[in-house]
Design a protein around this ligand. Structure first.
Ligand code: ATP
Ligand code: MG
Length: 772
């Protein structure tokens, strides 16, 4: 208890110590909001609150894991393990698996990602014979998504003349019909899209009072981080669950609200005091993260916003260096400047690559940065962009696995029914779809009964369908008594997927095979990891859920020390000693598409505030004089946000100053670079399950490493040598310390506190542990 409070200042202690009631912590960046939330949970548990009665909602699952680990060190890991913590989506997906049957969903419902949703919408538009240039599927999808996040159901839509009129005016009078068909089809397929995870939770809590009561009783204490970015749907869930005990603590910063474009509603913060009785509002003012220069510069920027709550942020930290503003001619030069600067700073200050982050407004800007980092042989990791699981070949394998878990999954079925080609053409699929409507059965069920149904499909095609169904059945039987990895491997081989790619023979085809191999490796790790954990099951369903809900920030990170590259949106809540905000130009940041109204511009400014306040020691703002956009070289102007910073905090470099950053030969200054530290040469785009990247080169290295790993001392040999307190390393969970040993011989288990990822109980027979 003493130790817990020692790490908090007076203002932070108050919300931690107030055990009951509704409270809100409103405070600027870096003032310890997330820390307060973490400590509050630890304190509640020390006061005897059962972990099962606490629900904590965070922005990423990674943040949740880190908080859990932290809490574990205070209250003990076996207790912390029982906390319900995670993103809205992951927590409520879990509840829907248990309770979804009330709404007619199977427990193994599929989660459609946005690609699946868009494919389905595009099919519906086609089936309805609509003009795809007017009914653009992406636009339709985002409209439907915004309905769902505002809880406008199909029924509500058709009762709302204004909405219908708006769509008619936009030349889309049949939007409501598409919406209806989309919802029906998802339901029939036993699928929920991302928005459904929230919408259906709301429906569940509203329609089934006994279910609501159960979770209200269970979650006696509710905590929400980044409350400023909750949307209406999330807001209502929290409100419903908290209604009984009203022990709710939300923390946020109105100045960091950056998801209005996706429906986040800042009024959720502003109205909080109205929603609960006797709300206590706490303010934190001291920033612990950044230098004075950074804190004050950020304050001077946000001053320009008219809509904001009054807040003070100050810091006792050093002034630190001024914020460097750097101009380049082109984005190529900008990249070289950043890469050189990272290289020099790292050498001079003896830092790690992970001390550096490059932030940008749009994903497209990463390319120039990647090129420059590669030339300098600086390892990096990109968050966001096309993730590993979004690649075609990976989605193909996953589609087969999805069918095994949920045969009604229409999108998965359409993806693979004729891939690899097996003579089941579009006409056949159309006829199956019509039949599925006619008999009110899923397409797969129609196929299962194809021999007995009166359908206009010839016998030879019927045979092909029969063979396909048989193949799926045989996989399904296999999946009932074999692990997910074994099933996936068989699927990749027996379906002819790998064969198909091998036939292709192009470098892309080979890269695809390697990606599938990497997926299988990841699955094996997953399955083995689950086997090691004493009380886990590791089903195919669990694996698929893990994949569907992993946000880009959540992917397991390998232990290679890398520079982080990401959009500013993804950087929320994070901190790095050195931060480069690149592309500080008008029309790019603020974005040209977000300058139509004051509120849009203010959201861009809040985004800049978020970016700047990620930096602990030093921030760099870079811009170029010209940049290729939409294929044309255009003149660029420095962003207005640079001008909005009080000049006393800036170090504006003249082009002469920057001369020294022109490409130079590293060995001239620092001697030969240490090659062993420079491991990456190729871009990292997207992240496979456990490894940083699946490029050919990396895979070659990995293969080389694997035989080495296989010959490393295994736990069996260590049996008897392992003792409480020892430091160990695990291939998947990283470094940790042995807390406890129990059992003997074959059944011996070790409870290990890992540095990240919390506490795990491992069966030594399986666990690949190395004593450090
Ligand atoms: P953001 O608005 O960016 O999410 P935040 O308000 O959640 O920021 P935290 O991330 O909790 O802030 O804290 C910022 C940094 O300051 C962290 O490194 C945290 O460990 C540190 N910190 C917070 N409070 C204290 C304290 N009382 N003493 C020392 N360090 C602190
Ligand atoms: Mg935070």
């Amino acid at each position: 208890m003493e130790a817990l409070l020692a790490g908090l200042n007076e203002a932070q202690r108050a919300p931690v110590l107030q055990k009951e009631g509704a409270m809100m912590v409103i405070a600027g960046a870096g003032s310890g909001k997330t820390r307060v939330l973490t400590m509050r949970i630890a304190h509640l548990m020390q006061q005897g609150v059962d972990a099962f009665n606490i629900l904590s909602l965070t922005f990423t699952n990674k943040a949740a894991r880190e908080m859990k680990t932290r809490i574990g060190t205070i209250v003990g890991n076996s207790e912390a393990k029982n906390l319900w913590m995670g993103t809205f989506h992951s927590v409520f997906a879990k509840i829907l698996r248990i309770e979804g049957h009330h709404l007619g969903f199977p427990p193994n419902f599929t989660i459609y990602d946005s690609q699946d949703s868009q494919r389905l919408i595009s099919t519906i538009i086609k089936e309805m014979g609509l003009d795809k240039d007017i009914y653009k599927y992406k636009q339709v999808h985002s409209r439907i998504s915004s309905f769902k996040n505002s809880l406008i159901t199909v029924k509500a839509y058709f009762q709302n003349p204004e909405l219908m009129e708006a769509d008619a005016m936009a030349k889309k009078p049949r939007l409501g019909e598409i919406y209806k068909e989309y919802v029906d089809r998802c339901f029939k397929a036993g699928a929920m899209d991302f928005d459904d995870l929230l919408l259906r939770t709301n429906e569940l809590l509203a329609r089934f009072p006994e279910v609501l009561a159960k979770y209200q009783k269970r979650f006696q204490y509710i905590l929400v981080d980044e409350y400023q970015d909750t949307n209406h749907s999330q807001y209502l869930i929290v409100k419903a669950l908290a209604d009984r005990y009203q022990n709710i603590c939300v923390v946020g910063d109105d100045s960091q609200s950056i998801y209005a474009f996706r429906g986040a509603n800042i009024n959720n913060i502003l109205n909080f005091q109205r929603d609960y009785d006797d709300v206590k509002v706490y303010r934190l003012e001291q920033n612990y993260r950044s230098t004075k220069n950074i804190v004050e510069a950020a304050n001077s920027v946000i001053e320009h916003n008219q809509t904001k709550l009054d807040k003070v942020v100050w810091t006792a930290n050093d002034s630190g260096p001024k914020i460097v503003v750097h101009r380049s001619l082109t984005d190529g030069e900008e990249g070289r400047y950043v890469a050189s600067n990272i290289f020099e700073t790292k050498m001079n200050q003896q830092l790690k690559h992970s001390d550096f982050a490059i932030l940008y407004r749009t994903n497209a800007q990463s390319r120039a940065m990647e090129d420059a980092l590669r030339k300098r042989e600086i390892p990096y990791r990109i968050f966001g962009g096309l993730s590993f699981y979004q690649r075609k070949e990976i989605k193909d394998v996953l589609a087969y696995l999805r069918i095994l878990v949920n045969p009604n999954d229409e999108e998965a079925l359409k993806r693979i029914i004729n891939y690899p080609a097996r003579g089941i053409g579009a006409t056949t699929l159309d006829r199956l779809t019509i039949a599925s409507k006619q008999y009110n059965r899923s397409i797969f069920e129609v196929m299962e009964n194809i021999q007995h149904l009166d359908i206009n499909i010839n016998n030879s095609t019927k045979n092909k369908l029969y063979n396909f169904v048989n193949m799926i059945h045989s996989f399904k039987i296999m999946s009932e008594n074999q692990d997910a990895f074994a099933v996936a491997e068989t699927v990749a081989r027996k379906t002819g997927l790998l064969q198909e790619l091998k036939k292709d023979g192009t470098p892309e085809g080979i890269a695809r095979i390697e990606n599938i191999e990497e997926l299988l490796n990841g699955m094996r790790d997953f399955v083995e990891g689950q086997k090691e954990i004493a009380d886990a099951t590791g089903s195919l369903t669990e694996f698929l859920e893990d994949v569907a809900l992993a946000t880009d920030m959540d992917k397991e990170v390998d232990d290679i020390d890398r520079v982080s590259l990401m959009t500013i949106h993804l950087a929320k809540g994070l901190e790095f000693p050195y931060v480069y905000i690149v592309g500080m130009e008008e029309d790019l940041f603020p974005s040209g598409m977000s300058m139509n109204t004051r509120s849009e511009l203010e959201e861009e400014r809040r985004l800049f505030y978020v970016a700047l306040t990620r930096a602990e020691k030093q921030a760099y703002l870079t811009y170029t004089e010209s940049r290729y956009r939409w294929g044309k070289l255009i003149d660029a102007e420095p962003s207005r946000f640079i001008e909005e910073i009080d000049e006393q905090y800036l170090d504006i470099q003249t082009p002469m100053d920057t001369y020294r950053y022109k490409p130079m030969i590293d060995s001239d200054i620092f001697g030969e670079p240490d090659k062993s530290k420079l491991r990456l040469k190729k871009p990292v785009s997207g992240t496979p399950p456990t490894m940083g990247k699946p490029s050919e080169e990396q895979l070659r290295k990995l293969r080389k490493l694997r035989p080495q790993a296989a010959s490393a001392p295994q736990t069996d040999e260590l049996n008897g040598k392992l003792q409480k307190g020892m430091h160990v390393e695990h291939s998947r969970f990283g470094r940790g310390q042995v807390l406890n040993l129990e059992g003997a011989g074959q059944d011996q288990k070790a409870e290990i506190q890992f540095q990240t990822g919390g506490i795990k109980k491992l069966l030594l027979r399986f666990a690949k542990l190395k004593i450090l």
